[in-house]
Design a protein around this ligand. Structure first.
Ligand code: FAD
Length: 309
């Protein structure tokens, strides 16, 4: 017999676990299916989450899993490979199990597609960074590089100057003509050096970034490199359900209301599944909002059904 839950939460990162905690505490049978690849896994510490600043991401999730278990929420390490909407939702797991749910929370996060420069992937989350709010304090005042991969990299080069006055902006794949007069004025005012030329590879010594080598062979001594990964939202299941998406410069995300309800009745989304800039604290908050909306939605559906009988 297929097991039926009130809610299946797809993804067990900050967003999914937070939703599950609220649902469990509201006495709803809830299953979290988690493939176990949270976005911030490469980082040793999670910063900027009030009261948890500096906590290892894995520890944060372990505490969350412990908390949801107290309220009878089940969690399985598996991947949802398909969902189908009928009277309720059929959720198909890679491990071969199919479960049913009255409501869904999609909290599948996003994946970072890194620029294909040798050394970048190996050092991501250590001294190759994407987010100054996540890591800026820890590397403050060091010699920064910023890898140009799109005109949006200008913004990154400017923002990181809040954390170091020694910033070199390697244009790499950005043509000089793509920089506007305003970009150039702001970069100069921020004291950011603009370095034309393609980056060939990172220089690493004793397991630390020490430089950035250009294609012409010159090496710029740098101990931190900021890059702009291409965010790849994990929206396949939402698309399968027919959810409306909207394009942004950072990928296509589901159209949601203030509580994360998508355009598909019964389906909510939270965390990086709804936007590239959702930090851990936002993801946890989004999961909470989705779950509390679901509690109301299920209750009203049951009350209305009982009145109709
Ligand atoms: C290197 C790095 C460092 C960061 N540091 C910080 C920081 O210091 N502070 C901060 O606030 N933010 C930080 N972030 C951002 C942070 O990672 C995100 O804000 C956060 O992970 C979003 O939580 P989420 O629950 O939406 O997604 P995730 O944490 O990515 O969780 C999504 C989960 O869903 C699972 N999943 C995906 N698809 C499926 C499927 N089909 N079936 C089942 N499970 C699935 C994934 O395996 C994953 O476990 C950092 C990001 C990176 C890349």
């Amino acid at each position: 017999m297929t097991e039926k839950y009130a809610v299946v939460v797809i993804g067990g990162g900050a967003a999914g676990l937070s939703a599950a905690l609220v649902l469990g505490r509201a006495r709803h049978s809830t299953l979290v299916v988690d493939a176990g690849e949270p976005r911030n896994a490469p980082a040793a510490h999670m910063q900027g989450y009030l009261s948890r600043d500096g906590m290892p991401p894995a520890e944060f999730l372990a505490v969350g899993r412990e908390e949801i278990a107290r309220y009878g929420v089940e969690l399985v390490r598996d991947r949802v490979v398909d969902v189908e909407k009928g009277e309720d939702f059929a959720v198909v797991l890679a491990g071969g199990r199919t479960v049913r749910a009255r409501r869904l929370v999609v909290a599948t996060g996003l994946q970072d597609e890194l620029p294909a420069v040798p050394g970048v992937a190996e050092r991501f989350g250590r001294d190759v960074l994407h987010c100054p709010f996540c890591h800026g304090w820890e590397v403050r005042d060091q010699p920064f590089g910023v890898l140009g991969t799109s005109p949006a990299s200008v913004h990154q080069a400017l923002i990181v100057s809040q954390w170091s006055k020694d910033v070199r902006f390697f244009l790499h794949t950005v043509a000089e003509e793509e920089l506007s007069d305003q970009d150039l004025r702001r970069l100069a005012a921020a004291g950011v050096d603009v370095v034309p030329g393609e980056v060939a590879e990172l220089v690493v010594e004793d397991d630390r970034l020490t430089g950035v080598r250009l294609a012409d062979g010159t090496v710029h001594a740098r101990s931190v490199l900021f890059v702009g990964p291409r965010p790849v939202p994990q929206t396949g299941l939402l698309e399968r359900l027919g959810a409306e998406l909207h394009e942004t410069p950072f990928g296509a995300y589901p159209v949601v209301d203030g509580n994360g309800q998508t355009t598909v009745p019964g389906v909510w989304a939270a965390g990086n599944a709804i936007g590239f800039a959702e930090q851990v604290v936002h993801a946890a908050s989004g999961g909470y909002r989705a779950a509390s909306a679901i509690v109301g939605d299920l209750l009203m559906a049951d009350l209305d059904a009982s009145v109709r009988v």
